[in-house]
Design a protein. Sequence first.
Length: 634
Amino acid sequence: MADAIRSKVIRADVVSAYSHCPRKAFLLHCTEERGTPHEYQVILEEHTNVSRTRYLAALQQTSTSIRSYKDGNISSGIDVLTEANFKAADLDGYCDVLTKVSGTRRENTSTYEPTIVVGTQRIEKDQLFHLSFTGFVLGQIQGRPPAMGYLVTAGGERHRANLQPTYKIVRSIVERIRSWSADSPAQPPAVILNKHCPYCPFKSTCTRLAEAADDLSLLDRMTPKLTQRYHGKGIFTVNQLSFLFKPRRRRRRPAVPPPHFDLEIQALAIRTGKIYIQTLPEIQRSDIELFLDIEGVPDQQFSYLIGLLIHDRGSATHHAFWGDTIEDEESIWHMFVQKANEYPDAPIYHYGSYEPRVIESLVKGFGSESASIGKRLVNLSSHVYGKVYFPVRPNSLKVLGKFLGAFWTEPEASGLQSLVWRYRWEEKREAAYKHKLISYNAEDCEALRLLTDELARLRSHANSALNVDYVDQPKQNATSLGSDLHAALDHVLLYASVNYPKGRICFRPETDKTKRKGPGAPKGHQAYQRTVPVGRRTVIRVASKRTCTRHKGERLHNSGKDAEKVIVDLKFAKSGCRKMVIKYLGEERYCPRCRQSYEPPAIKESKSFADRRSVTAFEPGQCISGLFFDFHTG
């Protein structure tokens, strides 16, 4: 019963969680599940505790009217109250400091404004919601919510925040959470993956459920608004979404559209396992190429590792410029510029917008003599976004790199995990963490190289690659039967031989030749008669033989019989091939002296040519009776 009552108390962490994901808020509020927090979140809690202790100690020394908060002290008139826990109905609020402020002359009242200490250098979205919820609860107690609040960052800087615009959002979130307690829903909200998932303790569980359901949120850039729109059309899975795409109609004057990411094409690529090209990547290769990856702490705006992979005519060398402290940032920047300027004509490849932003800030901070570095940058993301669709869900460098064969030594390697390694190195100064970061950076650079090679390959070999297709002009794919025929013909061309003893092309699997199939006598029997394939026939009349071969000058007489030769050929065109039946027909004659019969010379020559130039497939015995390639006809 106590747990049930406690679950109905709404706390700030639940409201902050709702701002990122309603499902996370539900699990924290209505269940006992807590998941497994990411190590980065644990580090932030540690930094928050250190910052809170430091700030409160400094506040004790500077303020004379300060006291620890207890129940009922909010109306005692104390100027500063610390570590305040207060409740209002089913709302439970907390703030590190409550500061008394005087009201206007008309109101002649005083209120308290909340202050919360955080463990980051910059203000995050969930921290602002935490402060707004605290002000909302405080307003229930003192009759009026405070208009302003304060957030103290890890460096001790105090930031003022206007809380009034966010109270409406906080109120709606609180009402939604209260409805859960009243209705007691059996199932939590649907799984919707978003950018907050790497920080969430329920990431593994939600990802497993989303993959089992083939949920739309598995796709990168699938927003909740788009998800609801597709749900309204009856589309709930990535597989269903893939069938919505239809190539656009060709225009007389092809226009170059601006880059636009199409979720339907991405889903189609995942279903078919192919790479779809909207626009061919324009990658200009060079003998010497540089691949750049920068590791930093965005919260502190500090870049501690600049990795540069130099690919020089087949040989690769990785350079890692490492900085122990923020004071070393200038030195590693100049070392990087010096190394990059050794190859002034080499392009510098990177992925995403992080590296250009860092370089721009470093150029502003440490001089503009190296501004030419920015002109050599080539963002591979601009060649992928809306132009090339790989059969992967997110288009991050890690996922694309793994698809192309790259690997990372540490299985949990990611940008978020690199922050953990950096924090742990700063605490313990262990070489193992530094080695992990440098290896992680080198493997990111190698993934950049593989992606560059793949984009260049797509530009030159997209037409012949079987796993590549075009978005607006799909390749003409054959049916399953046609694919089998084309595969067999490839083997025919590969293993064809003029000395093969048989005159047929083989497609069928090997069968038992002793077992007779079909009507008629077997081949070799005197009653055997060949079955001529039915189809469009071309009849060619040929001249008969005139004189006997044995008796010179003896003219041949008409026998009243016709001789014929039927050839089944394949006629190839741009759209495929079709069967063509050619029948050579001529009068058979005989010599009155030796009674020898003679076929027309053209028919006799065609038979002997067929025996000499017969073509057989890659496995003897797998034949289609009567199929013959007449190569001399072109």
